[in-house]
Design a protein around this ligand. Structure first.
Ligand code: ADP
Ligand code: MG
Length: 348
């Protein structure tokens, strides 16, 4: 019987491996948006367009188009291979990551559980045609030349077509769209040098301009009124620079706080830094009021381990105490400064 013979160990075939990996990286449509937009940012795009299509309560297509560096025909195919990345080369590079991606997993993962159409053409390649590749469930269905503008577009359809359990797990369209917007807020705020355009069923939802000023992006997303309520917070320490905006105590929120923290250009969730921000307000916040804060921390990359989670939503900080002390102090100093009374120059 089966009990007498231990089951044979087998190395899983690549398609199965990719599907397992995809389960970690791609939880929902918003994960696709995050990964594709991060790739566009890493590609040096100046303009990124996001198109969401939905019918009958479900998202049917996500398309991200950029005017970044593009890919050669060879790279366009390599991009779908698991652990293939142009962003790091050696183990050492892991300790000084300046790109949003580095694991080389996103495209392979998405292509394992969806239909992906990639169209790309490298910058400055006037006489070379673009490349079009279609991958369905990890299998290349089509590859060939095509006319294309410089840059890259990735169209993702039939997400979770071969993972019915994951598909069922998806929430309502409203919830999924809200999550996409949440992801995009962080990405837009982190990149005021990029113009973002977001469309849902061809209707424009959000457009940011590439002014380089985070406050302009805040005004676009949260409204001019909210932007005007904020005061700047900044500090420079030997291993960290803090910049951003926080709400005046009187103009805090009633329901829950809205604290967005970027570390080295990546919006992440960091309970210790969030706590430090709240502590910075001390007794200034009336009971039951919550702060709004957009803080960007530039920390020595050797002190930040972002290789903690497949989706990189958390980081591990060396010198956590010094970092949170610095944040708390920066918030306290901003609130104590004379800036509290005069208005802040919010964009028009
Ligand atoms: P990672 O971003 O971790 O490197 P991905 O699977 O997201 O892994 O992408 C694999 C590779 O494909 C990237 O390293 C990059 O070289 C290339 N790539 C992906 N998207 C784009 C894009 N929009 N523009 C240019 N190159 C891209
Ligand atoms: Mg990536």
């Amino acid at each position: 019987g089966a009990e007498e013979h231990p089951p044979a160990i087998r190395v899983l075939d690549p398609a199965t491996v990719n599907q397992i990996a995809a389960g970690e990286v791609i939880e929902r449509p918003a994960s696709v948006v995050k990964e594709m937009v991060e790739n566009a940012i890493d590609a040096g795009a100046r303009t990124i367009r996001i198109d969401i299509t939905s019918v009958q309560g479900g998202i049917t297509a996500i398309k991200v188009t950029d005017d970044g560096c593009g890919m050669s025909p060879v790279d366009a195919e390599l991009a779908f291979v698991p652990h293939a990345t142009s962003k790091i080369h050696t183990l050492d590079d892991l300790f000084s990551i300046h790109s949003l991606g580095f694991r080389g997993e996103a495209l392979a993962s998405i292509a394992a559980i969806a239909k992906v159409t990639l169209i790309t053409k490298p910058q400055g390649s006037d006489r070379v045609p673009g490349t079009r590749i279609v991958v369905v469930g990890g299998e290349i269905q089509l590859r060939g030349g095509t006319g294309a503008p410089e840059g890259t577009s990735v169209l993702v359809e039939e997400l979770f077509f071969n993972t019915p359990a994951r598909k069922k797990f998806q929430k309502s369209l409203t919830t999924e769209i809200a999550r996409i917007h949440g992801i995009l807020e962080g990405l837009c705020l982190a990149c005021p040098q990029i113009s973002f355009k977001v469309f849902h069923n061809n209707r424009e939802q959000l457009a940011t301009e590439r002014t380089g000023r985070p406050l302009d992006t805040i005004a676009r997303i949260f409204g001019n009124e909210s932007a005007r309520e904020l005061i700047p917070a900044a500090a420079a320490l030997p291993f960290m620079r803090i910049s951003g905006y926080i709400s005046r105590p009187a103009l805090s929120r009633k329901d829950h706080d809205r604290i967005l923290i970027a570390i080295n250009g990546r919006y992440i969730s960091s309970p210790p830094v969030t706590t430090a921000i709240r502590e910075g307000y001390g007794t200034l916040l009336p009971h039951g009021r919550y702060p709004v804060a957009f803080l960007s921390l530039e920390i020595d990359t050797r002190l930040v381990d972002i290789n903690v989670h497949p989706t990189k939503k958390e980081v591990r900080l060396t010198k956590e105490k010094e970092i949170t002390d610095g944040v708390r102090e920066a918030v306290r100093a901003a609130l104590a400064s004379g800036d509290l009374i005069p208005e802040v120059n919010a964009p028009k």
